[in-house]
Ligand binder design. Structure first.
Ligand SMILES: Cc1cc2nc3c(=O)[nH]c(=O)nc-3n(C[C@H](O)[C@H](O)[C@H](O)COP(=O)(O)OP(=O)(O)OC[C@H]3O[C@@H](n4cnc5c(N)ncnc54)[C@H](O)[C@@H]3O)c2cc1C
Length: 374
């Protein structure tokens, strides 16, 4: 049975490491993905200049080679479920018996701004690297921070604001950062949210109620009609499934995420599995957070092997509460789990330990004595 893993997201990195188990079940495994994976847990650490870009990268090609998985350094542009084949950008095709999607998400762009000059969506994460380089060059040239506007006051927007403030602080210039979002979305419902807002305001971040609706030279236009000075606009306007998902002809939720059953199979096609940001379990919806892909890995491996052997599948039950830690760009972090929270250095220390451990575990070299290698 030929299985195509599309995208080297959190779950598939773990599946690749268990390739031997899938081979033993009679599966020929292929991975189609860009050769480098950028890890979101360290993305804002890189944006703030605290970490170098390589710290958050995983060598996917090396990982696939180390675990004997056929690797295609590419991106799937189309999937034909009738003929069971996927197409790559060069026109090449690959057939499948089953496929699994773990292709992450893209930034929602309700006002069609992403393609305009000096607009930086938070996803793909490679854009944050470009943003850091561009901002550093600007600061070096002018000696001041240009006017930065961040659209969106969800977790990604707040963390991007903190990271950009951190980058300015590292370069010893005063941050000029305005965070624009609906007041109700400004996450002030808890004491943690208020503490975060106060911390950011102390560092020079301005919170503004509203929505970014347009762009002009050195300004962005708010839905109210007001113009706001803006050299660079960061879009943190929510995460949606990539367009490829919408072209599958399968059921999705309102963010375009594929609806799956507890077995991680899509509602309308047993041969198509999906996990991570691009999918949502219909009976247990969860937000776009990396941990769910990681936790889904054993279930995905089990169910692919079960399909090959004609055995019973198992169900994934995502946890109802999870630890989230924001990197605040100044050596501190905000950790939250349910109603519990802690803002300080210890939180960032814990985050770095967890994230760097993930990078180390997913590295190309299997740990000594790992029986899952060839
Ligand atoms: C600024 C920011 C910070 C964040 N910080 C955190 C955090 O600290 N912790 C956390 O849990 N979550 C965080 N998130 C959320 C996190 O990004 C996602 O929940 C997580 O990355 C989703 O993982 P995934 O496995 O679904 O996909 P991803 O990790 O996005 O991986 C998908 C992979 O698929 C590849 N791909 C995409 N399309 C194709 C295609 N057509 N063909 C082949 N390959 C393809 C991509 O290149 C990518 O390598 C953050 C998000 C943002 C924007």
């Amino acid at each position: 049975m030929r299985v195509l893993l599309i995208g080297a997201g959190h779950a598939h990195l773990g599946v690749v490491r268990q390739a031997a188990r899938l081979r033993a079940a009679g599966i020929e495994l292929h991975l189609i993905s860009p050769p480098v994976f950028r890890y979101s847990g360290l993305a804002t650490g890189v944006l703030s200049g605290a970490l170098e870009p390589a710290a958050g990268e995983i060598d996917v090609a090396g990982l696939a080679e180390a675990f004997g998985v056929a690797f295609h350094p590419s991106e799937v542009t189309a999937i034909d479920r009738d003929s069971r084949q996927v197409t790559l950008p060069d026109g090449a095709t690959l057939t499948y018996d089953a496929l699994s999607l773990n292709i992450g998400s893209r930034t929602a762009d309700p006002s069609d701004l992403a393609a305009q000059a000096d607009v930086w969506p938070v996803k793909p994460l490679s854009r944050l690297l470009d943003l850091r380089a561009r901002l550093e060059a600007d600061i070096t040239r002018t000696g001041v921070c240009p006017n930065l506007v961040i659209a969106g006051t969800g977790q990604a927007g707040l963390e991007a604001a903190a990271a950009l403030a951190g980058l300015c602080e590292r370069r010893r210039v005063t941050p000029r950062i305005t965070l624009v979002g609906p007041a109700s979305g400004a996450r002030e419902s808890s004491t943690a949210d208020r503490a975060l807002r106060q911390t950011l305001e102390r560092r020079g971040v301005v919170f503004m109620d509203g929505a970014v609706a347009g762009r002009g030279p050195d300004v962005c236009r708010l839905a109210s009609g007001q113009d706001l000075a803006c050299r660079m606009l960061v879009l943190a306007t929510g995460l949606m499934a990539p367009d490829l998902v919408g072209r599958l002809g399968l059921a999705t939720d309102r963010d375009g995420r594929l609806l799956t059953r507890d077995t991680l199979q899509t509602a309308g096609d047993d041969r198509v599995f999906a996990t991570g940001d691009c999918a949502v379990i219909a009976s247990a919806p969860r937000p776009c957070v990396g941990v769910f892909g990681v936790r889904a890995t054993p279930v995905l491996v089990h169910n692919l092997a079960a399909m090959a052997r004609g055995r019973r599948m198992t169900c994934f039950r995502p946890q109802t509460s999870w630890l989230s830690i924001m990197d605040l760009g100044d050596g501190t972090g905000l950790a939250q789990r349910g109603r519990w929270w802690w803002l300080g250095r210890a939180s960032l220390h814990l985050k770095r330990r967890i994230d760097l451990d993930f990078i180390r575990r997913m590295g190309a070299r299997p740990p000594v004595g790992d029986k899952s290698t060839r």
